[in-house]
Design a protein around this ligand. Structure first.
Ligand code: FES
Length: 178
């Protein structure tokens, strides 16, 4: 498991965090009694939680709503507001849910936008980093949280998030750099 700085003992494993994101999705599914009619709302919630709609999430939604995967995929790809995958080689997702926002997630996102010279939802011109946002990763206890390539890091600052992004963008070679 890869962990990125700040209180590693409080940072849960990637699998745990994934489960928490699915838990958030489950709340929406339950509220809608797993009705197929709720597909768009569920897709919205999934995108809010995951930043984009990866195949595993679409499969999960299809199972939960008892819909063919082709239908779920068809709806998700029809509406341009849904992202099926980030185009960058790496994905940086800043949580803008309430718990993270009050602890400075907005500034983290702003600084990342400035440093990477992209707006949220965009990919850097070199195709390296897609900058995305989510609305609660289910990791409020370690807010503010940032996900970089599916690794969730808690108690982030603008500096730590920028450092992490720059690290994957330009891998540090042993014996060089900091
Ligand atoms: S608000 Fe960010 S993890 Fe819940």
């Amino acid at each position: 498991m890869t962990l990125l700085n700040h209180s590693p003992s409080r940072i849960k494993s990637n699998q745990d965090q994934c489960d928490l994101r699915y838990k958030t999705l489950d709340i929406t599914l339950k509220r809608n009694r797993h009705q197929p009619d709720a597909l768009i709302e569920v897709l919205h919630k999934a995108q809010e939680s995951f930043g984009y709609l990866e195949e595993g999430v679409l499969r999960y939604i299809a199972r939960q709503l008892k819909l063919p995967l082709s239908r779920v995929y068809g709806v998700a790809s029809f509406y341009h507001l849904f992202n099926l995958e980030p185009s960058g080689a790496h994905r940086c997702i800043v949580c803008l849910g309430t718990a993270c926002y009050v602890k400075g997630a907005g500034q983290i996102l702003e600084q990342l936008e400035t440093t990477l010279q992209v707006k949220v939802g965009e990919t850097t011109p070199d195709g390296q980093i897609s900058l995305l946002s989510a609305r609660c990763l289910g990791a409020c206890g370690i807010a503010p949280a940032v996900v970089l390539d599916d690794v969730v890091s808690g108690q982030q600052t603008a500096e730590s998030a920028i450092h992490a992004v720059q690290s994957v963008r330009t891998p540090v070679v042993a014996g060089q750099g900091d």
